[in-house]
Every structure is written in C-alpha cells, then in structure tokens.
Design a protein around this ligand. Structure first.
Ligand code: DAH
Length: 341
C-alpha cells in the first residue's frame, strides 16, 4: 500500500505539471482527490493494516493528500496568472488607440449656419417660431383665401386641435410683426412640411429661410440688393441675380428670385435646364393687407420679404443630385460633405 501511495504521488505530480488550463485542473483534482480516487480507496483499505501500522500510514495518507492539494492549487494559480498576463498584453495601455471617427455637421446645418452668418453680417437678427402652427399664422394672416389650394389636406399636414405643420417659414413674419414694432430686419431658418412624395426635388420635410424687412421707405430695390449681396457671398462674386413677376397672397408685387447658374455660369446646362438661371425662392413687398391684419400702418411702413429653399442651396453647394440624399443620412454620403465641428 505504501508503494502504491508513492507511485500515485509521482503520477499525480507529473499530471499536475502537464495541466494547461482550468479544465485540466478540475479533472486532475477529481481524479486524485475525488470520492472515487485511488487515494480515497486507500483510506478505506486502512483496516487491512495492523493496529500499529495504521497511525503512521494514516499520517502519510494525509501528507500525500495535502501535497497533491497544494500542487493543484499552485498549478491552478499559475494557469490563471498566465491567462491574465495574456490579456494584459491585449490591453497594453502604451499601444496607440484605435482611431475614433469624428462627428461633423450635416450639409444642411453647414449651409444654414453659413446663411445665418451672411445675414448677420448684413445686420439681420435671427427669429424662430413654431413648427406646429395654426391656420391663422400659416394662412389667414398671410392673406391666403379660404379656398386656396395650399390649405388642402392633400398639401398640408393637419394635426389635432385645428393645428397644422407649417408649410412655410412665412409664419414667422406674422409672429414677429405681432410682437415687434418696425424697424424689423430678421431672417428665420427652419423646417417646413408639405404632403409631398419624396423625389429628387421634393421632401415632405424641408427647410426654408425667411427674410423680413419692415421700415420707412423700404422698396423693391432693397430686396434686389439684399438678394444680390447674399448670392455673391454664398456662391461667389460673379453670380448674378434677378427677380421675375409672380404671385403670392401675402406680397404685392410678388416675385420669384433667380441666380445665374452656379454650374455653367449662365451659358446653359443640365442643372439649369439650359436656361442659365436657377430658381431660389419667392419674394415680394409685404402686402398692405398683411400689415392691416397686424395693425402696422401701411401708410408709414413698407417692407420686403422672401423665402429661400435651404436644400436647394445645399444641393448646389455640394453638388448633390437628389434631395433624398439629404434625409437618408447614409454615413458614406455624409462623410463626403463633413464639416468640422
Ligand atoms: N412662403 C413661400 C413659399 O413657401 C415663399 C415666399 C414667397 C416667402 C414670398 C416670402 C415671400 O417671404 O415674400 O412658397
């Protein structure tokens, strides 16, 4: 039995030394110290020994048991440490970090900020109002007849409580004139909503920037001058601008604003549909009927207003062929226009 014990210890020592992972440790522990281990069976076979031999052998059994236990614990710790050491290499804090992708502004935000800067430099202030509006501010106060097609469900998103999603930033003209006396010189960039199917030049959500100037002696030439200034700063000094007669319920006279094509310089191309001109938005002299609704004396004050499409400007500046690209937020596209934060 003694020989058996010594042999077993040797075997256990060798096997423990060969353990290379926590699983090996568990198995070896079960094999040499478990209930069905050879060591355990030696305990039960002690009764075969004489009464004199028993205490010494029992002592030896305990020593072997303790030795195996401590070898297993040692080896187990060594294995754990080795695996930590491996992980520590993976987390080497002296290694250079993974490059982080920097955020950037969306092209619409870049352009809106540029527009803000241009008008601030001309002495305008920035006004903001609400995306959810009432019919008064979106239509009535803008002198829009009750039967005007733009009031249709097919064109305007109505929400609960007689409210609607504003279809134009012209609502801000009304909000500003309700609260402030002339002289007024504001722009208001913001979101607008119309019941349009998305296509290369339409989106149910889009952005306009509204401008309103009210003072004594404001005329159409101030409008033209402001438009020309804006176009030159935004698209370069060689860009020309013009206005053409048009109709809006809240301006009289009304006009549409064009700039010379920024792609071909006015000679005619695909972008300007061979006309040499690009439509930028609507404009006009504030209709005295609007002043009357808001209690501004139209005998004393005149004003001009215009509304520009921000998507249009962004598409021209960044050569974006389809408006939907601005709303899909595909990072692969947005990265190309990335503006520094
Ligand atoms: N609100 C008009 C639109 O969405 C654009 C517009 C036209 C704005 C004339 C104006 C303006 O301020 O005077 O089509």
């Amino acid at each position: 039995m003694k020989d058996q014990l010594e042999l077993m210890l040797k075997e256990a020592e060798q096997e423990i030394a060969l353990c290379s992972n926590p699983n090996d440790i568990l198995n070896t522990k079960a094999k040499y110290l478990g209930k069905k281990s050879a060591l355990n069976s030696l305990y039960s076979r002690m009764k075969e020994l004489s009464a004199e031999e028993r205490p010494a052998f029992g002592n030896q059994l305990n020593l072997v048991r303790a030795r195996i236990e401590s070898l297993i614990t040692e080896r187990g710790n060594a294995i754990k440490e080795a695996s930590w050491a491996k992980k520590a290499v993976v987390f080497d804090s002296s290694m250079p970090g993974m490059p982080l992708d920097r955020g950037g502004y969306h092209p619409l935000s870049i352009v809106r900020r540029e527009i803000d800067e241009v008008f601030l430099s001309m002495g305008f202030e920035i006004a903001e109002a609400f995306d959810i509006e009432d019919e008064f501010h979106n239509f009535d106060a803008l002198n829009t007849p009750q039967d005007h097609p733009s009031r249709n469900l097919a064109d305007t998103f109505y929400v609960e409580g007689g409210k609607l999603l504003r279809t134009q930033t012209s609502t801000v003209q009304i909000r500003v004139m309700e609260s402030y006396k002339p002289p007024i010189r504001i722009i208001s960039p913001g979101r607008c909503y119309r019941n349009d199917k998305p296509d290369p030049s339409h989106s149910p959500v889009f952005h306009q920037v509204e401008a309103l100037v009210v003072d004594k002696g404001i005329s159409m030439s101030d409008l033209q001058d402001t438009l020309q200034n804006f176009a030159a700063i935004m698209f370069g000094p060689n860009v020309k601008s013009r206005i053409r007669p048009h109709f809006f319920p809240f301006t009289e006279p009304s006009a549409e604003m064009d700039i010379s094509c920024v792609v071909c310089g006015g000679s005619g191309c695909r972008v300007c549909k061979q006309s040499g001109w690009l439509e930028m938005g609507g404009a006009g002299m504030v209709d005295p009927a609007v002043f009357d609704i808001l209690g501004i004396d139209s005998e004393i004050y005149t004003g001009f207003a215009f509304g520009l499409g921000i998507e249009r400007i962004a598409m021209l500046k960044y050569n974006i062929p389809d408006m939907r690209i601005l709303f899909e937020n595909d990072l692969r596209m947005l990265r190309q226009f990335k503006g520094e934060m």
